[in-house]
Design a protein around this ligand. Structure first.
Ligand SMILES: Cc1ncc(COP(=O)(O)O)c(C=O)c1O
Length: 379
């Protein structure tokens, strides 16, 4: 409870990593292939392609779909900066749509007015592990001939009517960063049901090689391969994921039940049919009488690792207010003046939320301590 996240690793991970190193398997190999196979099965996708991290997964997705320089990709600003930055890598332009006040996810109604001939792709982010409104987003994409990349980097285990996040659009991207629902330290995964796309992404992540490898290179490409000792960690973590998700859900439900009793706090609403991945539990303070900083200080003083997360949304980050003017693509691409972007819901939630620990290393007694602390502060 002292830490907001804590990797749950045990002798099983250590043993497979040791075995992998003893067999001198350092580069992407057998563990990575097994991880891909089992991950594809877990999410219900035809292909899973492991990568060096979630940011690289998004980069590969955009390049795999041939999003050209100057194309606009609509996403949320209430997310980790990597969602937006990945769009910029190949000269794409991040266009930020406001979020829905109940889900904190991109609001489909706010996407529609932003669509113009330069729009090529929608990138919903399943924030904190709650799936975005994929039905509405799929309809918008179909009506406007747009591709969809799902940023599911926080959404392992989350589902809509039983279908896993990341499998609705053309491509889904996951992160195995050390704080995530399952980890490999650094690592990520691209999932798709499209055979051609899968083959192109496999080549893009491996120096433009074809399936048989070797020294024939077909496209300008990257090295985004995942080292096999890290894939070993990912593989064991994936097998433990259902159990870890269970504990996350239990912890989150306890905190959510307390928040429901407190008028000054609210959390993401989980509609019927939706399974939340419970990566993050982030209450929003509704009452101006309470300061976020003061609340975090009081929780920290009780040994609870509360903190702010996206208090500065992407469009208000120095990266987009100023840094973008010095970005290499700025010479060739017309970025909007992000200081003119107004996202009232995003900005309000950014300012008023904080995170409390729900990771599987927190036990029920510790959750009771967090519940009591919230009750004492907000009653
Ligand atoms: C929403 C979101 N997108 C992208 C990323 C990038 O993933 P990674 O840190 O593995 O590069 C993260 C993770 O930190 C994330 O939370």
């Amino acid at each position: 409870m002292k830490y907001i996240a804590q990797p749950q690793v045990s002798e099983e991970e250590i043993s497979l990593v040791a075995q992998t190193i003893r067999s001198k398997s350092f580069v992407e190999g057998e563990n990575a292939r097994t991880l891909e196979k089992e991950f594809a099965k877990f999410v219900g996708a035809k292909h899973a392609i492991c990568t060096v991290n979630g940011t690289a997964a998004l980069h590969l997705a955009l390049e795999g779909l041939n999003i050209p320089p100057g194309a606009e990709v609509i996403t949320s600003a209430f997310t980790f900066i990597a969602s937006a930055n990945a769009i910029c890598f190949g000269g794409g332009i991040p266009i930020f749509a406001d979020i829905n006040p109940s889900s904190f996810n991109i609001d489909p109604e706010k996407i529609k007015p932003l669509i113009n001939p330069k729009t090529k792709c929608l990138m919903p982010v399943h924030i904190f592990g709650l799936p975005a409104d994929m039905k509405a987003i799929l309809d918008i994409a179909e009506d406007n001939n747009l591709t969809i990349i799902e940023d599911a980097c926080q959404a392992h285990g989350s589902r809509i009517d039983g279908k896993h996040s990341g499998t609705f659009g053309d491509i889904g991207c996951f992160s195995f960063y050390a704080t995530k629902n399952m980890i490999s330290g650094e690592g990520g995964m691209v999932v798709t049901n499209n055979d051609e796309l899968a083959e192109r992404i496999r080549s893009l992540k491996n120096h433009g090689r074809g399936p048989s490898g070797g020294y024939h290179h077909h496209i300008i490409a990257y090295n985004f391969r995942l080292a096999d000792p890290l894939a070993a960690i990912g593989l064991i973590q994936l097998r433990k994921l259902p159990k870890m998700l269970e504990q996350r859900q239990k912890n989150a439900e306890m905190i959510r039940s307390t928040i429901k009793e407190l008028d000054s706090l609210r959390v993401q609403v989980i509609p019927t049919g939706i399974t939340h991945g419970h990566y993050v539990c982030a209450p929003v303070i509704e009452n101006p009488r309470f300061s976020v900083d003061e609340v975090i200080k009081r929780l920290n003083n009780l040994g609870i690792g509360a903190r702010r997360i996206y208090s500065v949304p992407c469009h208000q980050q120095p990266t987009y207010l100023d840094g973008i003017k010095h970005w290499r693509w700025n010479e060739f691409v017309n970025y909007p003046d992000y200081s003119n972007v107004n996202l009232p819901v995003t900005e309000k939630i950014s300012r008023s939320h904080f995170e409390v620990p729900i990771h599987p290393g927190v036990n029920s007694e510790e959750i009771v301590v967090i519940q009591n602390a919230l009750k004492e502060i907000f009653s």
